[in-house]
Design a protein around this ligand. Structure first.
Ligand SMILES: O=C(NC/C=C/[C@H]1O[C@@H](n2ccc(=O)cc2)[C@H](O)[C@@H]1O)c1cc([N+](=O)[O-])cc(O)c1O
Ligand SMILES: [Mg+2]
Length: 214
C-alpha cells in the first residue's frame, strides 16, 4: 500500500530530523511542506506568533482541537513547563498514529496526550474523565465549521475562566466567519487579530486570539 501524504511527512522527519529535538522536527516538517508537498500545518510564520502567545500565557492546562500530523502539538509542547498538562484532540486514527510517532520522535511523548475522538465527544469528558478544572489555553485548528460550536461547548462545559485564551488558526483562509463574528460580538471575549500568511504560501491568513472575560 502506498504511503499517505501524512506518512510521507513522518518518514521524512524520521530520516532527516534529530531525535529528541522538537525544533529540528518543526523545521524538518516545514522544509518538506514548503519544498515537496503542501500540508495544513500552521507553519513557521503563524507558528512564531503561536509561540509568542503560548509563552505570554505560560499555560498549565491546554487543549488543541485538531492534531493532524502533530506539527503544532510539537510546537506548543516544546514550550511548556514540566508540570503542564496538554491534551490534543484528533478524530482520524491515521492522523493520530502519525502524530503519536511524531511526538515520540520529538521527545514529547510524556508531555502531550493525544485523545482520539471527535471534539464534541471529548470536550464534555475533560472535567470528569481527564480531571480538568478550567483551561488556560486552547489552540483551535480543526474543521472550520466546528470552531463556533466547539467554543460554545467549551463555555457550556464551564471549561473557560476569566483570562482563558482561545487562539484560532485560519480566520481568513479557509476562514471561520461564524466563529469570528461570535467571539467579536457576543461580549464575552476580548479579541485580537494577528495578520500573517497561509502556511507555505503568499496568501493572507490570520490568527484570532479571544480572551474569555469570565
Ligand atoms: O481545513 C483545514 N484544517 C482542518 C483540520 C482538521 C484536523 O482536525 C481533525 N479533527 C479533530 C477532531 C474533530 O472533532 C474534527 C477534526 C481532523 O481529523 C484533522 O486532523 C485547514 C485548511 C487550510 N487550507 O489552506 O485549506 C489551511 C489550514 O491551516 C487548515 O487548518
Ligand atoms: Mg490551520
Amino acid at each position: 500500500m502506498a504511503l499517505s501524504k501524512e506518512e510521507r511527512i513522518l518518514e521524512f522527519v524520521l530520516k532527516n530530523a534529530v531525535r529528541g529535538d522538537p525544533d529540528s522536527v518543526v523545521d524538518t516538517i516545514d522544509r518538506y511542506c514548503s519544498s515537496k508537498e503542501w500540508a495544513m500545518n500552521v507553519g513557521n510564520e503563524k507558528g512564531l506568533i503561536l509561540d509568542k502567545i503560548v509563552k505570554e500565557t505560560n499555560p498549565s492546562v491546554l487543549v488543541e482541537l485538531g492534531t493532524y500530523c502533530g506539527y503544532s502539538a510539537v510546537r506548543i509542547g516544546r514550550l511548556l513547563k514540566p508540570d503542564a498538562r496538554f491534551f490534543t484532540l484528533e478524530v482520524n486514527p491515521k492522523f493520530a498514529d502519525v502524530a503519536r510517532q511524531m511526538l515520540e520522535f520529538a521527545g514529547l511523548k510524556d508531555k502531550v496526550q493525544i485523545l482520539e475522538g471527535a471534539t464534541y465527544d471529548i470536550i464534555p469528558q475533560l472535567k470528569k474523565k481527564y480531571e480538568v478544572d478550567t483551561l488556560d489555553f486552547v489552540f483551535v485548528d480543526h474543521w472550520k465549521d466546528q470552531y463556533k460550536p466547539d467554543t460554545l461547548l467549551l463555555e457550556n462545559c464551564n471549561l473557560l475562566r476569566k483570562g482563558s485564551v482561545i487562539l484560532a488558526d485560519n480566520v481568513i483562509v479557509p476562514g471561520a466567519p461564524d466563529f469570528l463574528k461570535y467571539v467579536r460580538t457576543c461580549g464575552k471575549y476580548d479579541c485580537t487579530n494577528y495578520l500573517s500568511h497561509l502556511e507555505y504560501m503568499n496568501e493572507d491568513d490570520a490568527l484570532e486570539k479571544a480572551v474569555f472575560r469570565g
